[in-house]
Design a protein around this ligand. Structure first.
Ligand SMILES: [Zn+2]
Length: 158
């Protein structure tokens, strides 16, 4: 496939994964020329799915967008690239499952999946992602969310 970075036509497949019980196959490819890594999907036309955005517009599912959001949330956090790759795979797979029947999925459902993963993985990343994604109305709401995550922690009284 044509490299999106340098336009070269030679690449090697470095990973193939089946998504959502065989609905699609994702391949990670690396350009022979410039080593840029990109992703291709193989799916029957019926299994293609769209993401419904908050403004009601639809766009094709894009793993790279999820990757960017997750990477940004995890910036400078002590989480390895392998773990990040793994949770993105999971999010992608679960999105494909959810989008499988109606061929579309709400962007909020994807955001929910991301939040779920980050919550278990790294609290700081969770808060970062949540604050961007949920657009907390005000500081108080934001602080409440942090307290909720603290769980058993005793707050010094209010
Ligand atoms: Zn290239």
């Amino acid at each position: 496939m044509r490299c999106p970075h340098c336009g070269n036509n030679d690449d090697k497949v470095i990973e193939s994964r089946t998504l959502a019980d065989g609905e699609a196959i994702r391949r990670r490819r690396e350009c022979i020329n410039c080593t840029y890594r990109f992703t291709s999907y193989e799916r029957t036309e019926d299994n293609y799915f769209m993401v419904i955005k908050r403004n009601g517009r639809r766009e094709p599912f894009d793993r790279a967008k999820i990757e960017r959001g997750v990477q940004r949330a995890l910036e400078k956090r002590p989480v390895s690239q392998m773990v990040i790759e793994h949770i993105i795979n999971e999010i992608e797979d679960q999105s494909a499952m959810l989008g499988k029947h109606n061929h579309e999925i709400d962007s909020t459902a994807i955001g929910g999946l991301v939040l779920e993963k980050l919550k278990d993985l790294d609290k700081v990343a969770y808060i970062r992602f949540a604050s961007v994604y949920r657009h907390f109305e005000n500081l108080e709401e934001f602080v409440q969310e942090i307290y909720k995550m603290g769980g058993e922690q005793k707050s010094g009284g209010q």
